[in-house]
Design a protein around this ligand. Structure first.
Ligand code: B16
Ligand code: MG
Length: 242
């Protein structure tokens, strides 16, 4: 049974020679804003007597603002109506926006700018696919807005990851087939979204949490376009990393 599954997988294996678009998640791929989300949620949760820890905060990666609040309320065993939830998410965001004012170009993760520049030299388009409604401000603070051919953020989508909408919107806008697209994501739900959209999914971070990605890498430092062709042979690529 396993052998049959593997051969079917090979038949459907896409060729990586035709990459036309790379979509980058923002938080956790381009920059670490999770630490600011954590501080702002932790402060807010204190008000209803809940101590948010780092482990729980990990579960909020890639999750929209309102869904994050709903999870925290669930963990805290606290009920809030829609109006109260709106007040809480607004308050959290006000604090978060104050915290991200400190972001500067140096905060872009190592390797990101070099990799994007290599993509551009090879006429591969680049876009952002983020759940964050603060994407524009973050890109501006990092001074990288102009690097992207298109930006999709939480203001433009009605469905959250794992729904593929946030990635498919870039493909539609740039008129590129999802099968010629690679997504870089740090959240398990973001990998689900890329797979659901028919794109290649590269996990950034921990292999255990992102094992459903096509490959998992620690970050974009020393990652090159030639490494994408190794997606055709996942095992070879992972052997090289080990
Ligand atoms: P905001 P990503 C996500 O960004 C964060 O990972 C997640 O923690 C946050 O709740 C979400 O954006 C919404 O952010 O409150 O700024 O709209 O990873 O999708 O780039
Ligand atoms: Mg992320």
């Amino acid at each position: 049974m396993h052998l049959i599954f593997e051969s079917v997988k090979k038949i459907f294996n896409r060729s990586m020679n035709n990459i036309k678009l790379c979509i980058f998640d923002l938080d956790g791929v381009i920059v670490d804003t999770a630490k600011f989300h954590f501080l702002a949620w932790k402060e807010l949760a204190k008000d209803f007597g809940f101590d948010l820890n780092k482990k729980d905060n990990e579960k909020l990666k890639g999750v929209s603002r309102v869904e994050s609040l709903k999870l925290i309320l669930k963990w805290a065993g606290v009920m809030k109506n829609e109006d109260e939830q709106k007040i809480l998410t607004d308050r959290k965001n006000e604090h978060y926006v104050k915290l991200i004012q400190s972001l500067k170009p140096d905060d872009v993760f190592p390797g990101v700018l070099d990799f994007i520049s290599e993509l551009k030299q090879n006429h591969i388009k680049c876009s952002i696919g983020s759940a964050s409604k603060n994407t524009a401000l973050i890109l501006e603070k990092l001074q990288i807005t102009n690097l992207f051919d298109y930006v999709v953020d939480g203001n433009m989508t009605t469905n959250s990851k794992p729904h593929p909408e946030v990635f498919l919107k870039s493909c539609e806008a740039l008129d590129i087939n999802p099968k010629d697209t690679v997504v870089f994501e740090d959240a398990a739900k973001g990998i689900d979204a890329a797979i659901a959209g028919g794109m290649y999914a590269i996990g950034i971070g921990n292999e255990d949490e992102l094992s459903h990605a096509d490959i998992v890498i620690p970050g974009l430092e020393n990652f090159h376009l030639k490494d994408l062709s190794r997606l055709n042979n996942k095992t070879d690529y992972q052997n090289k990393l080990n």
